[in-house]
Design a protein around this ligand. Structure first.
Ligand code: C2E
Ligand code: MG
Ligand code: MG
Ligand code: MG
Length: 281
């Protein structure tokens, strides 16, 4: 039988806690190395116009394959990066890489390839980094107009419409980028910020979209979000569209764009460009 140690704490818990700490420590060390040595890369997932099926943008999503060949999902390494202060270099890298890819697609297309890229910006980076000049510089470095970039933020990035991050958002908007609220509906319920901040796009969280065809409450929530967005003059994207039935329902409800496995999983830059050529010809 297991006996409690002197601390009165069963040994099994103590060692589990230690394992978690060790795992996080080694992830942090390896992630630092991965950022430096280029072991991170981006995948791109199309976002389509529900009215005609054309791709309007690609969301850039970070991917990490360790030297040992293990794929670590962003849900695991982004929080570690945020805690370890690595999200600033990671976020800068992701923006630069996504815009480099977009400029490459333009070059391949012999002009504007017709889509934007969406990059996720962590709340931590919004607070710590000098984001506005960084974004401006990176766009200029790749010769891209600001409207080719969408910046995705989660509700937790915004504490109130009067905190410094709100000014950062206004400056990003003034620069000409598109501001999207990611995973909308999963954050806290103070919606006051919506009317005073320059948000162009609401991305309805996948948790409301998937399964909504068999769930009246989800339909009601999605309808409410769509009507809120319409009232405030914002466009809408539904996340997690996995079937044609969902695509049709959301289109009929007046949602503007859709993203999900129905169109494509996140894929490498070349695959994404091929998809663009096929779908938008
Ligand atoms: P997100 O920004 O909400 O990105 C969408 C997530 O939903 C992606 O997961 C995507 O693969 C997944 N997804 C898309 N369509 C479907 C679908 O039809 N069904 C299902 N089940 N899932 C779908 P992923 O790539 O694992 O990323 C998870 C989260 O990690 C992202 O959520 C974002 O918050 C964060 N993330 C990823 N890359 C970055 C990055 O470069 N910077 C920052 N700050 N966060 C990132
Ligand atoms: Mg996102
Ligand atoms: Mg999202
Ligand atoms: Mg999400």
């Amino acid at each position: 039988a297991k006996r409690a140690k002197r601390t009165g704490f069963p040994e099994v818990y103590r060692s589990e806690a230690l394992d978690v700490m060790r795992a996080e420590f080694s992830i942090e060390t390896e992630l630092r190395r991965a950022i430096e040595s280029g072991d991170l890369h981006l995948h791109y997932q199309p976002i389509c116009d529900l009215a005609n099926g054309r791709i309007v943008s690609f969301e850039a999503l970070a991917r990490w394959r360790t030297e040992a060949g293990e794929d670590i999902p962003p849900a695991r390494f982004i929080p570690v990066a945020e805690e370890a202060g690595l999200i600033v270099p990671l976020g800068r890298w992701a923006l630069d890489e996504a815009l480099r890819t977009l400029a490459g697609w333009d070059e391949a297309a012999g002009g504007n390839c017709g889509v934007a890229v969406a990059v996720n910006l962590s709340a931590v980076q919004l607070q710590r980094d000098d984001v506005v000049p960084m974004v401006e510089r990176t766009l200029a470095a790749h010769g891209l107009a600001p409207r080719r970039l969408t910046i995705e933020l989660t509700e937790s990035a915004i504490v109130s419409d009067r905190d410094p991050t709100a000014d950062t958002l206004r400056a990003l908007k003034a620069l000409g980028t598109t501001i999207a609220m990611d995973d909308f509906g999963t954050g806290y319920s103070n919606l006051g910020y919506l009317q005073s901040l320059p948000i162009d796009l609401l991305k309805i969280d996948r948790s409301f979209v998937s399964g909504m065809l068999a769930n009246r409450d989800k339909v009601a929530i999605v309808r409410a979000v769509l009507s809120l967005a319409q009232t405030l003059g914002m466009r809408t994207t539904a996340e997690g569209i996995e079937s044609e039935a969902l695509e049709q329902t959301l289109g009929a409800l007046g949602c503007d764009y859709g993203q999900g496995y129905l169109y494509a999983c996140p894929i490498g830059a070349e695959g994404a460009y091929q998809l663009l050529l096929e779908r938008n010809r």
